[in-house]
Design a protein around this ligand. Structure first.
Ligand SMILES: NC(=O)c1ccc[n+]([C@@H]2O[C@H](COP(=O)([O-])OP(=O)(O)OC[C@H]3O[C@@H](n4cnc5c(N)ncnc54)[C@H](O)[C@@H]3O)[C@@H](O)[C@H]2O)c1
Length: 429
């Protein structure tokens, strides 16, 4: 038997620790041997979990990258604007790379790494995890088989959920597009990637509209204060109250899910008292109407694909739950798919509908519907068997198209919905 593929993790946050945890699923195939994070508690945790020698534990990705190559794979799971600067030196050292999306919000940076990767021996894939789910693979098979004829139009939605918007896009890491990315890239480069893959076409033109409707000071209720635990008089009726979201809410609070996300982001132990302490004056305890956020809370995007299919896509904060829906309308029928119930309903015109329960087809539906383990399994297979990319592999060039689409949508939105010609946009005109 071949020795396991060795992994170094740059950024042992939520995503880096998730990929590392796949060692439990694939113990004969992968082994975490090095880690880097700015937070020494995270480094210590990784060291304990994976028995990493002290000399392979680093206080930054930069320090890890000063060393000789330490592993077969580097997982680049630092923040959006750091990925390219961490991945390029690693490619030059001969690492294979599992890189979190987005590649970068800066298209010049994206082009730079494409160029370096083309001349480097290592393989690199981008974590568009949805392509590795049974749900989207079933959809792909159905659409390719022609069951509903030729696809004419698609209507899709990313239901962000009000509490997830408040956590990630108002109070949290992705609230400010200058520090990280515009929301349509951060959240929905996945959706753009899925459209090009499912419809087997690049995009020809984009128009997009949206804004921050609610999460701004002018919408703050009377009596509200800078921190939810600072004597806010609107607290009781405010669904965005940090104490509800992180402690008491049955779906998201640490009282009901000790040690669960999202409370662990602010309090690694996740216990209610630790969370309450973090909320008193911390970033996640702030009033959602008084943060330094600038990303949208709703955005509608229209896409015309090169093969003529039209797509309307809605990304919206104002939903109870966090899930995606996808409806394809073809010349001979329609398909309605929903990741909340994990079902796909195929209706050929004039015939009885078939409902596919994806739960009965997939062994793992955790972590992006099984996509987190799916991408690691595919990457291990590529490396162990020296396989080339398959049509579903999220290579850098594949991922680039989703970045062009998302960033064109953002340019259109900023310009009041202006129609963007994608050939010109790709060429930087
Ligand atoms: N594929 C997906 O579905 C998906 C989902 C969520 C987030 N992401 C992306 O994954 C990336 C990480 O997100 P996350 O949720 O894990 O965030 P996180 O904040 O939990 O983790 C990022 C980690 O990087 C560390 N870090 C920052 N600078 C560093 C440096 N110079 N050297 C070493 N470590 C450093 C931070 O201390 C932190 O622990 C982001 O780019 C995000 O957009 C992808």
């Amino acid at each position: 038997m071949k020795p396991p593929i060795t992994f170094a993790i740059a950024g042992f946050g939520d995503r880096g620790s998730t990929y590392a945890s796949m060692q439990q699923l694939f113990p004969d195939k992968m082994k975490v041997v090095a880690v880097a994070d700015l937070d020494p508690r995270k480094v210590r945790r990784a060291q304990e979990l994976y028995d990493i020698p002290a000399e392979n534990c680093f206080a930054s990705a930069e320090a890890l990258l000063e060393q000789e190559k330490l592993a077969d794979v580097l997982v680049v799971s630092t923040m959006d604007r750091q990925h390219v600067d961490h991945a390029i030196p690693a490619l030059k050292k001969g690492y294979n790379i599992l890189m979190e999306k987005p590649i970068s919000p800066d298209l010049d940076k994206c082009r730079e790494i494409l160029e370096v990767a083309a001349h480097s021996p290592g393989k690199i894939i981008v974590c568009h995890v949805l392509r590795y789910t049974v749900f989207y693979n079933t959809l792909k098979e159905l659409l390719t088989s022609g069951r509903i004829g030729d696809v004419v139009s698609v209507c899709a939605a990313e239901n962000v959920a009000y509490w997830h918007q408040a956590h990630s896009f108002v109070r949290g890491n992705w609230r400010n597009s200058v520090e990280t990315s515009p929301m349509i890239l951060q959240k929905s480069c996945h959706d753009m990637d899925i459209f090009t893959w499912l419809l087997d076409s690049r995009c020809k033109a984009v128009s997009s509209m949206g804004e921050t409707r609610l999460f701004k000071e002018s919408c703050a209720p009377e009596g509200s204060t800078a921190y939810c635990l600072g004597g806010c008089k609107a607290k009781e009726t405010c669904p965005f109250d940090a104490e509800k979201i992180y402690i008491t809410n049955p779906a998201t609070g640490s009282m009901h899910h000790p040690g669960g996300w999202p409370a662990t982001v602010l309090a690694p132990g996740g216990g209610p008292e630790e969370v309450r302490e973090a909320l008193r004056n911390g970033q996640y305890g702030r009033c959602v109407y008084r943060c330094d956020n600038d990303v949208v809370d709703h955005q509608q995007t229209l896409l015309l694909m090169e093969n003529g299919v039209t797509v309307s896509f809605s990304m919206c904060a104002f939903t109870e739950k966090c899930y995606r829906t996808f409806k394809a309308m073809g010349t001979q029928g329609e398909i309605e798919a929903d990741l909340l119930s994990n079902t796909i309903r195929v209706q050929r015109f004039g015939e009885e509908a078939e409902v596919i329960d994806v739960k009965t087809l997939a062994s793992d539906l955790k972590g992006h519907g099984g996509g987190d383990s799916g991408i690691v399994a595919d990457f291990l297979d590529m490396l162990i068997n020296d396989r080339e990319a398959t049509p579903r592999t999220t290579t850098l060039p594949n991922s680039m198209e989703s970045h062009y689409m998302a960033l064109a949508a953002e340019e259109s939105r900023i310009n009041g919905g202006k129609l963007i010609d994608m050939d010109a946009f790709r060429a930087g005109r």
